[in-house]
Design a protein around this ligand. Sequence first.
Ligand SMILES: C[S@@+](CC[C@H](N)C(=O)[O-])C[C@H]1O[C@@H](n2cnc3c(N)ncnc32)[C@H](O)[C@@H]1O
Length: 381
Amino acid sequence: MNKLTKWLSETPKFTSFRINRLKEFDIKHLEKYLETQSHELGVNHIPNIYLLKEDCLIVEKWPENVCLERGNSEVIVDVSCATAVLRGAHVFAPGVLALPPSCKLNERVDVYGDLDRKCKRGLKVPYEGRKIYVGTGYLKMQRYHLFDSGVQPSGIAVHMLLPASRLPVINESIYPKGHILLQNLPSIIVGWVLNAKPDEHILDMCAAPGNKTTHLAETSKNQAPIVALDKTKQKTDKISKNLEAHGITSVKVFPYNSENCCTDNSEGEKNEPPYPMNTFDKVLLDAPCSGLGQRPLLANTITPKMLLSYKHIQRKLFDAAVKVLKVNGILVYSTCSITQEENERMIAWVLNKFPNMQLVPAEPLLGGPGLANIGLADEQR
Ligand SMILES: C[S@@+](CC[C@H](N)C(=O)[O-])C[C@H]1O[C@@H](n2cnc3c(N)ncnc32)[C@H](O)[C@@H]1O
């Protein structure tokens, strides 16, 4: 448990991007960008960059000896903003909670995450709660931008120079929109494992905001007929925007409850949900989950009851997925959680409930095996 908690609270060792294979990508642009940063940090080389397969770019950390003069003032940000900063993001205005009134534009500031979630937005005096240092950068907004206008502020509030994790700060916007996407390696692997082919009919059941949908479409060279569903129109609008930015035209998007995406009526329409049984060659079930696997996890308020609640919806969705899947089709199930209930136990449940489903190895297979003694044999783990 201690090992697991420590691992969860650590930032991954590298940043990963997915490259849109439908667009041009010139790595020199990124190298130049990092070179400029290396001058600011006083380092004489840039972090290692390499490609995994054709479309995943890995960028490693700055060296351990990179030494940065701390700022004079403290900016307090909420926990999700602090997490993003550790992953290499700038501080965006909605995440800022407190900033001293004396702070000046472009001043060097230290950024802290509010671990207790008790800092009041707009606080003027030093924050007394538990906080964690997440990095140093230059202030780009003042208090009146952030707290006084009466509307939700937007834009970069602190231009980060170096996060405490030493991951490089790379804004996707150094490339035109839709050319690269900041995406965790495990999420990229999901797209590789599904391996969409141009002639395959594919269903992405829980698709918003569409980061995996775009990957599937790009892998199939924008040819596979893909259906992307998510619960609400607000969510599916995000998918549509994402598809447009990526230059993808092969995906149909519907707001729909995927629990009901299968109809028993074999005469059912194949052009919109619900679909008859035995419709799709491949199904992606990137299930709603507890997210207890997203790193770094700085503070978490999830209760055991909430943790146990996800399996119910996951099972309902799985049930529908199995029905719409063609005989000999492939179903990829993924979560961004590490709990047994959502992973190993879920697969054990599936194999028991659907004797016609067979567990096959993921290809490529990265990472370690699943946990032992919870319903799966060693080769299944
Ligand atoms: C892990 S997120 C999906 C992330 C997405 N696959 C991606 O890579 O960008 C899970 C999604 O499932 C959606 N969801 C939850 N219940 C659903 C349901 N019954 N039908 C369809 N979508 C659902 C949520 O709205 C959420 O967008």
